[in-house]
Write a protein that binds this ligand. Structure first.
Ligand code: UFG
Length: 336
């Protein structure tokens, strides 16, 4: 049996873009996804873009027996684990749903890996683990302290990984702390496809630009930033996907966390302006009250990933918006 890379959540937004990079780099992959927040059309699009149809297993990773079966049927060299619930607001309403799903699925996966001697693991973490930033830019050594159940699941899984690596020196684990992923594959065939009203800024802005919604509500104009609107470190999903490839190639003994961001911050108003430029559409927007749980600024110090993973984000804000717009305008209703 050929050794394969298991990509959990590979039909989702970041997973599907990473799947393409892996196939293009010559890896054989198996995508495992329960399609609870992803479309099977993403798998078709991956095949169309790469010319290779990835193996796909529809599986819920909280089903321990099914995970065991997955590992008996394939020989995996490594696992990249994207699968998980990710809506901050829902996690506050339904914490048990988030703890049950995100923790059980990861523990099942790690136990199956251990049982089958698969010790190379790349995990989708998030800058959300830093909670309210103790310093800007954020370094991997900055204080950790997630402030919502979703973020706490990421923080807990990071702890599990650190403990596992200390208990057994044969594990090679990278925790990738993403900042704000945006953009889409340049083909316009895959992209972010949120269900319902988008929580995140860029999908919302794009739905306004394409005419699905009336106006962007900007959450607060009185933050302590250059123009009073929130500042974030937006990173193109293509750069992020490349970061996973590099993380896989640079895995080393132990457990290491890396910030994946650009180190450059943009305000909400700058994002709206870049989206208008990319789409050619004047995007209506209004400043409203702050959203609870938000912070003024989130910014990565990406120097550790730059050096240790030989990786650097290359794409600028306008490229991010152009690619998001190509996806949104050619698929106004996403995959559906
Ligand atoms: N914003 C608006 N209007 C909107 C949506 C967002 O003004 O309709 C603003 C927010 O207030 C913030 C910025 O746009 O200043 C970015 O907001 P997002 O919701 O796009 O992103 P967040 O930084 O809040 O959240 C992201 C991820 C989360 C993660 C969090 C912390 O989406 O998964 O970073 O790392 F938890």
């Amino acid at each position: 049996m050929t050794e394969k890379i298991l990509v959990t959540g590979g039909a989702g937004y970041i997973g599907s873009h990473t799947a393409i990079k892996l196939i293009e780099a010559g890896y054989q992959i198996v995508i495992a996804d329960d399609l609870s927040n992803a479309s099977p059309r993403a798998i078709d699009a991956i095949a169309e873009i790469t010319g290779t149809k990835p193996e796909f297993v529809e599986i819920n990773l909280t089903d321990n027996a099914a995970v065991g079966q997955l590992f008996s049927e394939h020989t995996f060299a490594a696992v990249i684990h994207f699968a998980g619930f990710k809506a901050v607001g829902e996690s506050v309403q339904l914490p048990l749903k988030y703890y049950r799903n995100n923790l059980d699925s990861t523990i099942n996966l790690l136990q199956a890996m251990e049982a089958h001697g698969v010790k190379d693991f790349v995990f989708s973490s998030s800058a959300t683990v830093y909670g309210v930033p103790s310093e800007i830019p954020l370094k991997e050594t900055s204080n950790i302290g997630a402030v919502n159940p979703y973020g706490k699941t990421k923080e807990m899984i990071e702890s599990i990984c650190f403990d596992l690596a200390s208990s057994d020196a044969s594990w090679n684990i990278s925790l990738l702390r993403y900042f704000n992923p945006v953009g889409a594959h340049p083909s316009g065939k895959i992209g972010e496809d949120p269900t319902g009203i988008p929580n995140n800024l860029v999908p919302f802005v794009m739905q306004v630009a394409v005419g699905r919604r009336d106006s962007v509500q900007i959450f607060g104009g009185d933050w302590d930033t250059s123009d009073g609107t929130g500042v974030r470190d937006y990173i193109h999903v293509e750069d992020l996907a490349e970061g996973h490839l590099k993380a896989l190639e640079h895995l080393k003994p132990g457990c290491s966390a890396y910030n994946l961001g650009t180190g450059q911050g943009y305000s909400v108003l700058e994002v709206v302006a870049a989206a208008s430029k990319a789409s050619g559409v004047e995007i209506p927007h209004e400043i409203v009250a702050r959203r609870s749980g938000d912070i003024a600024t989130s910014l990565a110090d990406p120097t550790l990933a730059n050096a240790a993973l030989d990786w650097k984000a290359e794409k600028n804000l306008l490229e991010m918006m152009q690619d998001s717009w190509r996806w949104q305008s050619s698929n106004p209703n996403g995959f559906s």
